[in-house]
Design a protein around this ligand. Structure first.
Ligand code: AMP
Length: 404
């Protein structure tokens, strides 16, 4: 089993990376941002928990990784795991081969901002660590267990059969980790029916039956579903023709508006950051108050809708920056779901410390838990397991050859 895994999450001008050691509790973290510009820098935390902030003017992805790893850890990993947003219909983490790179490339039209950046990251780490096994862990893979009635849109069939137009779902690594960890805490590991609410700058919900995703709020792209920091979530699709006919907007302008100028930011006309909105609302800002109310109401509606995918409802897990940290948002959301029997313990909800896991219901009705997500940990675990399976398969083949 690899003892240390480097987890890479590559964006178009940024890289988040973390080095996780199998038998130690601490990790190093780094963020390289503004890559390819004079402002490029790396921020992070070293093995000794020292903060670091280095200017790397005009550095590209490979140079940033080189500098970051050398400064932050001076430590060579045994394997590398890449977070890949869109893997099309791939169902599990895979060792990166030419075929897998081609699949990631082919899924680019479905994730035009993310997949090209992931390919740059893969190329950079392959050049930097040519001998190391590298694994792709897909955000979409966990949701490949959804039944057709959950993943098909009510659109002409050929759009699905010829053009892959269907619901894929995202945040799979987080929903998988949180539902496994949460059901373990609840004493029913990967058993029963659970809802997860991953609430961060991007947000999504998921319904999980016996450990498998049966429905989720995001769709063909990560725009569908609940209200997010800057993304609208669900809107009437006729918004496109309405804006085109009445305001003369083109498709790029509409897409940008829906992805980058909507959600909490659009509603409040103030910020995409929930903390800022809660503070502004407390000071009487009515737009911020409405943005929070729409966020919670739409979230509750999404959870209620997804419960249709579950034969029974054991409970709900909150996670992500907002889900883990805001007792206020959890309470407000659950206030819209009294008919599901949710019975929040105000005391447990308010007293849960930030970043800790814990149960927050009053002991009747479906359980309610806060489970801090660990996408990096999950990616490292899946990477290690794929590499180990490859080693086992190699050894089995070798021993077959010897005994033949
Ligand atoms: P993430 O994308 O998971 O890092 O989550 C980012 C979101 O979490 C931002 O909207 C933050 O404002 C929000 N957040 C973090 N801490 C809190 C908090 N204590 N209360 C409300 N929102 C929070």
């Amino acid at each position: 089993m690899p003892k240390s895994v480097l987890v890479i999450n590559c964006g178009s001008s940024s890289i988040k990376f973390a080095l996780l050691l199998e038998d130690q509790d601490f990790r190093i973290h780094g963020l390289a941002e503004n890559l390819g510009t004079p402002e490029a820098r790396i921020k992070g935390v070293t093995m000794g928990n020292e903060p670091i902030d280095i200017s790397i003017p005009n550095a590209d992805h490979r140079q940033a990784l080189e500098v970051g790893l050398e400064r932050l850890a001076n430590y060579k990993p045994d394997a590398i795991g890449h977070r890949i947003v869109h893997g099309g219909t791939i169902t599990k983490a895979e060792l990166i081969t030419d075929d897998i790179i081609q699949t990631i490339r082919e899924a680019t039209p479905l994730a035009p901002l993310h997949n090209p950046a992931h390919l740059v990251g893969i190329e950079a780490t392959q050049r930097l660590f040519p001998d190391l096994p590298q694994v792709a862990v897909f955000d979409t893979a966990f949701h490949q267990t959804m039944p057709a009635h959950a993943y098909r849109y009510a659109l002409p069939k050929y759009l699905y059969t010829h053009h892959n137009v269907r619901r894929y779902g995202f945040h799979g690594t987080s929903h998988a980790y949180v539902s496994e960890r949460g059901s373990e805490l609840a004493g029913s590991f990967k058993k029963g029916g659970w809802l997860t609410a991953h609430l961060g700058n991007g947000s999504s919900t998921c319904a999980i039956w016996n450990g498998q995703s049966v429905d989720t709020s995001m769709g063909l792209t990560p725009l569908e579903g609940v209200v997010m920091g800057t993304r609208s979530g669900d809107v009437d699709p006729s918004i496109h023709s309405f804006l085109a006919s009445n305001l003369g907007w083109d498709i790029y302008k509409i897409d940008k508006m829906l992805n980058s100028q909507s959600g909490l930011l659009g509603l409040s006309d103030l910020s995409n950051d929930m903390r800022t909105l809660i503070e502004a609302s407390e000071q009487g800002n009515e737009d911020a108050t409405l943005a929070i109310e729409v966020f919670c109401y739409r979230l509750a509606k999404s959870l209620a809708a997804l419960s249709c995918g579950l034969p029974q409802l054991n409970g709900l897990f909150f996670t992500g920056g907002i889900g883990e940290n805001s007792a206020f948002i959890r309470e407000k959301t659950l206030a819209y779901l009294p008919h599901f029997g949710f019975n929040l313990s105000k005391e447990a909800n308010d007293s849960l410390k930030r970043g800790t896991e814990g149960r927050i219901d009053a002991g009747t009705g479906p359980q309610i838990w806060v489970v801090p997500t660990d996408e990096e940990g999950r990616i490292a675990k899946e990477t290690a397991s794929v590499v180990q399976n490859e080693v086992n398969a190699f050894l089995a083949k070798k021993s077959e050859a010897v005994s033949a």
